[in-house]
Ligand binder design. Structure first.
Ligand code: PMP
Length: 452
């Protein structure tokens, strides 16, 4: 087994990405996870871990949920037409009907794709085609995927810069700033404003109360569409079925992906109203302007239908709200006031713990240097120490100084207690940030694929 796993690590380094393997080794994720069930993962040494990352928010219903596995076995057993663009297949239609029941009107029509980024791209094209306008406004710190189109509205310089020039006429504004939005849309020539209800990858950044409601009003006044990217916040993550419910808004275009198929099959969906869809793609010349081979495939749709049923049957949205609050309170009770802890925030089971080295906190547009700030390295160290004690957690991808929690939504209070005790123990034991950074740097320079 050991030899086999070494070969996997070497194969990944040789044929996929060497630096990723080295970084994983440094963080001593020099573990290969070979089994995933419910809220737990197992590595190749059969060690068990509580999963507080949940496939970066995709494993909302837990890993390999038996209902989804059963549904997919049945689906495959029936030997159906999996992809059939010259005919019609049933499961995507059932999924679109179910989604139309879940979302508020006038949202109704589903454009299916295979990832979050594809759902964003589809939204941008839809907005241009429906409005005849070209411009987009987006927020600093916003994460919308790494395709060329989505990078154009990505508020993260490090991810954009190497690929410029991107789409012209895309303007960034500060997240949560209504005045800036008004100014950016004032020409009444902008196709859409794209925004996350909570900026997840930026480190669980919550906007001021009522922000989305006011943003929608500004968009309406200027004839601009509102695109809500709920790839991460949707489907129960924030303690509501959709993050938009916290502000009681209905956007023109709503995006879902990640957890929609239970983290098993690639899927994304761009939901919109009949009228906008008609304006964009409503005649024989335009009806097929957007599409892809796997978009709307039967297997992913079957997985999504089964996953949505689990979210309902197990009351995962309510659980996310209740256990999320429990976790937030526990974190605050145990860690508030600690000199390294700057902020603890979140909604439902989307929670961030921001650490600080006491110096100026990085801004929301990170470079690699900021990711490797002392607080960023310290936070990676925390994750490593927790891993050693049977808990998987990770930092926000854009700000390593923020621990970002997105566990499966069925996580229980007793599991949160275990997580909190381990986290508190590690923070209290290793609270010399300078010392930890030196240790980590030494490890990083020694990393050479030998701990696998
Ligand atoms: N939008 C948001 C809000 C996301 O968090 C992500 C992924 N982290 C994406 C879009 C892109 O999704 P994908 O990785 O499936 O392309």
């Amino acid at each position: 087994m050991m030899e086999h796993m070494k070969a996997v690590a070497k194969g990944h380094a040789d044929y996929i990405n060497r630096v990723s393997v080295q970084i994983l080794e440094t963080g001593r994720y020099g573990r290969i996870f070979t089994r995933a069930e419910g809220r737990y993962l197992w590595d190749s040494h059969a060690r068990k871990y509580l999963d507080m990352v949940g496939a970066f928010g995709a494993a909302t219903i837990g890993h390999n949920h038996p209902s989804v596995v059963h549904a997919l076995r049945e689906y495959l057993g029936a030997a159906q037409c999996h992809i059939c663009h010259f005919g019609l297949i049933e499961s995507p239609v059932q999924l679109a009907e179910r989604l139309a029941e879940l979302v508020p009107p006038p949202l109704k029509i589903s454009l299916f794709s295979s990832s979050g980024a594809e759902a964003v791209d589809a939204a941008m094209k839809l907005a241009r085609a429906a409005t005849g306008r070209k411009k987009f406004v987006y927020c600093d710190g916003g994460y919308h995927g790494t395709n060329l189109g989505t990078l154009s509205v990505m508020g993260v310089d490090r991810l954009r810069k190497p690929f410029e020039p991107l789409l012209p006429d895309c303007t960034a504004i500060p997240y949560g700033d209504i005045g800036a939005l008004e100014a950016a849309l004032s020409g009444s020539d902008c196709a859409a404003f794209i925004v996350e209800p909570i900026q997840a990858e930026a480190g669980v950044v919550l906007p001021p109360d009522g922000y989305l409601r006011e943003a929608l009003q500004v968009c309406r006044r200027c004839g601009t569409l509102l695109i809500l990217d709920e790839v991460q916040t949707g489907l129960g993550r924030t303690g509501r079925m959709f993050g938009m419910q916290w502000d009681e808004v209905v956007p023109d275009i709503l995006l879902l992906a990640k957890g929609l198929s239970g983290g098993i099959a690639p899927i994304g969906v761009t939901l919109t109203s009949e009228s906008l869809f008609r304006a964009a793609y409503g005649n024989p010349e335009t009806h097929d302007l957007h599409g892809s081979t796997f978009g709307g495939n039967g297997f992913s749709a079957a997985a999504a239908l089964a996953s949505l049923a689990v979210i309902d049957a197990e009351r995962l949205v309510e659980n996310s709200d209740r256990v999320g609050n429990y976790c937030l309170q526990g974190l605050r009770r145990r860690l508030s006031g600690h000199p390294l802890v700057k902020d603890i925030r979140g909604r439902g089971l989307l929670i961030g713990v921001e650490l600080s080295d006491g110096k100026r906190v990085p801004n929301r547009s990170p470079t690699s240097a900021q990711r490797l700030s002392p607080a960023g390295i310290y936070c990676q160290w925390l994750c490593l120490r927790m891993l050693e004690q049977g808990i998987v957690c990770q930092t926000a991808s854009l700000h390593w100084n923020i621990l970002k929690l997105t566990p499966p939504l069925g996580v229980q209070e007793s599991e949160i207690d275990v997580f909190l005790s381990v986290l508190e123990g590690v923070v209290r034991e290793d609270d010399d940030m300078g010392k930890v950074c030196r240790k980590f740097a030494k490890r990083m320079s020694a990393s050479d694929m030998h701990t696998w």
